[in-house]
Design a binder for this molecule. Sequence first.
Ligand code: LMR
Length: 328
Amino acid sequence: TFKSIAKFATAASILTASFNVFAEPVEIKFSHVVAENTPKGQMALKFKELIEQRLPGEYIVNVFPNSQLFGDNNELAALLLNDVQFVAPSLSKFERYTKKLQIFDLPFLFEDMDAVDRFQQSESGQKLLNAMNRKGIVGLGYLHNGMKQFSANDPLNLPKDANGKKFRIMASDVIAAQFDAVGAIPVKKPFSEVFTLLQTRAIDGQENTWSNTYSMKFYEVQSHITESNHGVLDYMVVTSNTFWKGLPADKRAVFKSSLDEAIALGNKIASEKGNEDKQAILDSNRSQLVTLTPEARQQWVNAMKPVWAKFEDQIGRDMIDAAQAANT
Ligand code: LMR
């Protein structure tokens, strides 16, 4: 009868709710814009592996690389809508949500990745993880990629070589100012469009890490890469306040420790792969390396460093001092 069917259905749903016997695992989405053979790509896959191993049957983590699900223009908005639960944009892409992270874009601020790491792990660096809390974004940790190099279809030896050339940049006003400072034309474009823009010569050059230049094959459509190490490209792994606070405390702890382990692996890959990818690019003979003399590099420093003063008020002098202190 209808009544007994209804009774059975109610009993079944109570059983499901209380014992979780028929429950499907909760799907967690991790979206990013790079390839899988990168520090971020490998970090995301490690995170998936650890969560599914430690919380079996409870969660599955689906990783979407290569801007497949969301790209630069919408991944943070999607996070706030809970359409994706984890993203790890580069530190240059949070400008709409905080001006504080602009510090990482200041040209020639960090001497090397060790200095970047020391600053990120310092009290000041850790404070920046919370810079977007009021906007509903929770910073869970930093992830390295590496130092940025310039590439173009002509050798860039001196700042004047960049004059009048169009460079693709990430959506960052500091990076725009950095290219303005040498008379170049910065064009903000999402990562997914860079290869085609370079290939069709709609733009002349770009700046990126060895890892991104290799994995996205930019070196096949750029004749020269200048080893400038002029800035850093790192990430913040973020989630939304809504998702994070909605997790039971014990699960949240597993998510955090798994993420920390995945980040440690990503950082190890970043430090090893930087050199490997550089070597692979050089071995390909598609792109020529431009090495700067100390005098030539100093010219780039002199041209670009005035950018700092323009953003000092937004970033805070104390932060810049703390970052510089990490160089020693
Ligand atoms: C870029 O847009 O060039 C990078 O931020 C891509 C990435 O996520 O490494």
